[in-house]
Each structure stands twice: as C-alpha cells, then as structure tokens.
Design a binder for this molecule. Structure first.
Ligand code: DOR
Length: 439
C-alpha cells in the first residue's frame, strides 16, 4: 500500500517540524517527508506530483489540515477478556482509530486479570487479528489486582507488557508498592499508579463538598488522591523507580507533582484526562451516571490547576481513561452505577478546545498525546521520521463535531459530553500505512 499525504501542516516536535509538507508512505512506513516551503523543495521534483500520476498510490489531500504523529493513549480499558458486553478488542481499537489513536495501552482489569503472560498473549493475538490500532498491554502489579502479592513482571514483560498497573484499584500496601517500583527500575518499565486511599475515599461516589451534601451522595475528598500521589512520589525517591501517575484530578496533586519535578525526581510522569480539564462536579447534579468517574470530577479551581499543569509541563500526557460500560449498568441508580467515561472518540475534540483557549499550542498537544506517551512506554512512536511506522492522524480544524454517542464506534455510550460541539475532529487515521477515512 502506497499513500501520499499532500499539503498538510505537519506538526512533528521530535523533528522540529511545523510546516506544510508532503508525506510519502510505503510498506507501512514513512519513506519521505518533503517540506513544501523552501526554494530547495520547489527546485526538486515534488514527490506528490510524481506519485499522483503513479498507479497504486492513494493520494490524500490534507490542505488546511493538521497532520500529526498517530496518537498514543496510555490509559484505555478494552474490557476483553471477560467484559465483552462493555467493549471488545475489536470495538475498542475501532473507537481508538476513529478518535485518532494508532496505539492504545490497555489496562489489566479484565476477567481474568492480565497478571500473567498467557492473558497478555491472548490480548496480543486477538489484537493482531481484530485490531484497528496497536495494542500495548499493561500487566497487573499484583496477582488478581488484589494488592497482596506481586505479579510476574519479567514474564509479562517478555510477553509484551509495556507497563504495570492495578488501575481501578490502588496498591494500598506501601511495601508492595516499594517492591513494584524497584522492579520497574530493573525492567525499565513504568508503574502506573491509580492514586486513591481507599479508607479515606470511603466508597464515595462523587467529589466531597457542598454539592455532595446537597445531593445526598457519599463524597471522596481530594486528599484521598493526593495522599497517595505524595506517597508514591516518596517511594519513587526511595527506589529510583519509574512512576507514572494516572488520571490526575486535583489541584493538590498537580502541586505535589510540580514540587517533585522541581526537586529533580526525573522518573515521575503524570497524565490527566479530558474530563478533568473540561467539566466539574456540576455534571453530576442531575444524578447523571455518565459523569460518574473515578477519581471523581472536581471543582472549577481543580480544572484550572490541571490546565495550568498541562501548560507548564507538570502533566506530561493526556490519556482518555476510556472506560466503556453497558447502558443498563449506567442507567441504574447513581450510587450503584460503575464509574467510567467512554473517552476515545471525544479526546481530540476536547483537547483541541485547549488549543482554542490558548492553553496549549498544537505542538504541545502533540507532545501530550503522542510524543510523551511514546517516551513513557518506549514504543518508538510519536514521530514521522523516515523509517518510522506510518502512524498518523489528520485533524481538520475547520470541521466542528457534535458529539452523539449513538454514532460511537465504541460499545460504551457513556459520555457526559453528548450534544457538545467540539472544535475539530480527526478525519483520517493511518495505522502502519493502512488508511481509515472518517466521514
Ligand atoms: O472511572 C473509572 N473507571 N476509573 C477507574 O479507575 C477504572 C475504570 C473502569 O475500569 O471502569
């Protein structure tokens, strides 16, 4: 398959490119990136013109659009094996491709839990046959995610895991977390921490504050997250391990991570999710379980601190925490509904609002959604250098997108963003040279 992406504005921070370019793809890889601008480029015979005449080339006109390295989502729940009524590897990777992602890291809270090589191998073999993007499995930190005994890091790593996490649950035992971070160093793979002090969280179903009291719902204070962020950073200092903090939701967490980075703890990275920089706890006022998520949506001051953390580099990555659930589960009582938001298909549009608001430049957006995630999981992505996998997404900044969960490729329709008008949308995703065009 040969393709040519013509005349788009390529944003590739690792190559220092923000220019109109033509990109030549062949054999699933980037063959050539030719800048259109310079006199030098004009003198040379333009490969786009040559290729357009050649049979077998798919020519994609990206005039007026951004062309960026394929997005990499560090935090996705694909639900297979075990919860195929919520999502499958096929539908989840389909939703990822639709959302502009060419790689997703999938969390281990499946049934069985991905805490051993055979589950990892199952996921990878299914993804090879049914996937629409690359799947990078994350192994559990502890067996069964029970928080009692470490899982087999080295076997899971050999099978293809790119990180370890008990996401959905914290590792409450500090000694176990210490050991996990020590192993993360030995294996040079990150431990992704779901920061939640379970005792303090006290089975809360939303943020603790005036609103939770008003609604008569159990609240979880910001400190339930922050205490664990501080603990894990202390343990990263103790061990020199590689710590990545998942789904940062509070101003206090941003501040603790900022202080750690200032102290020069190099191996601490952090992600937040679109819902934490887009909406507040007000979204649950009508008991809409589609806005029930863990950690919970917080206050406006937290949203602002997270935006500032993204802007000044304290937060390295935007991940979706794509957590699809079945409609019946979300339609029940708020108290009993599972937490999670189906996030793959709204992430680019919500992140582009940060660009529209002047919080991020396009280059920074690409850093948060492709370059830094690639660095964190070490998959070699995040750039369109010649020789790299032809993983890219074309984003049309003139095409607004009205969110309609009924149109999602994901089985999970659980979004609090239904009806929102987002400023831009991916129109083409190319994964290993395979072109998906979205109408
Ligand atoms: O809201 C959430 N849903 N947060 C998590 O940590 C887990 C996830 C899930 O698996 O549904």
């Amino acid at each position: 398959m040969k393709a040519l992406v013509q005349n788009g504005r390529l944003i590739d921070p690792l190559q220092g490119i923000d220019e109109i370019c033509d990109i030549h793809i062949e054999g699933g890889r980037i063959q050539e990136v030719r800048k259109r601008g310079g006199a030098e480029a004009r003198k040379k015979k333009n490969p786009a013109v040559r290729a357009a005449r050649l049979p077998g080339y798919q020519v994609i006109d990206a005039t007026g659009m951004y062309v960026v390295p394929g997005l990499i989502d560090l935090h996705v729940h694909l639900r297979e094996p075990g919860f195929e009524h919520k999502e499958t590897i096929k539908t989840g990777t389909g939703a990822a491709a639709r959302g502009g992602f060419t790689s997703v890291c999938c969390m281990p809270n499946t049934r069985p839990v991905n805490d051993n090589a055979s589950v990892t191998e199952f996921i990878l073999s299914k993804a090879r046959v049914e996937g629409s993007c690359s799947v990078l499995p994350i192994g559990a930190i502890t067996k069964g995610q029970k928080g009692e005994e470490l899982a087999e890091f080295s076997l899971m790593r050999e099978a293809g895991c790119v990180a370890f996490s008990d996401d959905g649950r914290p590792v409450m035992d500090s000694l176990l977390m210490r050991r996990a971070l020590e192993y993360s160093r030995v294996h040079d793979l990150p431990v992704i921490s779901h920061c939640e002090d379970l005792a303090l969280a006290a089975s809360g179903v939303m943020n603790e504050g005036l609103l939770s009291v008003t609604l008569g719902l159990r609240g979880t204070p910001a400190q339930a997250e922050e205490i664990m962020v501080a603990r894990d950073i202390s343990l990263a200092e103790l061990t020199g391990g590689r710590l990545h903090i998942a789904h940062v939701s509070t101003a206090g967490s941003v501040e603790i991570i900022r202080a750690a980075k200032r102290r020069g703890i190099a191996d601490v990275t952090a992600e937040t999710c679109p819902h934490y920089f887009s909406i507040t706890e007000e979204a649950v006022r009508e008991y809409d379980a589609n806005a029930k998520v863990n950690p919970p949506l917080r206050r406006q001051s937290d949203v602002e601190a997270i935006r500032e953390g993204l802007r000044d580099g304290v937060i390295d990555a935007i991940a979706t925490d794509h957590a699809p659930h079945h409609r019946d589960e979300k339609e029940g009582e708020f108290d009993l509904a599972p937490s999670g938001i189906s996030g793959l298909e709204t992430a680019v549009g919500l992140a582009m609002r940060l660009v529209a608001d002047g919080v991020l430049s396009m280059t920074m957006l690409v850093e948060k959604m492709a370059v830094n995630p690639a660095r964190i999981v070490g998959n070699g992505g995040g750039t369109l250098k010649p020789g790299a996998d032809a993983d890219l997404v074309i984003i049309d900044p003139r095409r607004e997108y009205r969110v309609d969960a009924g149109d999602f490729a994901s089985k999970g329709r659980n979004t609090p963003f239904g009806g929102w008008l987002l400023p831009a949308v991916p129109v083409v995703t190319i994964w290993k040279g395979k072109v998906y065009t979205w109408e």
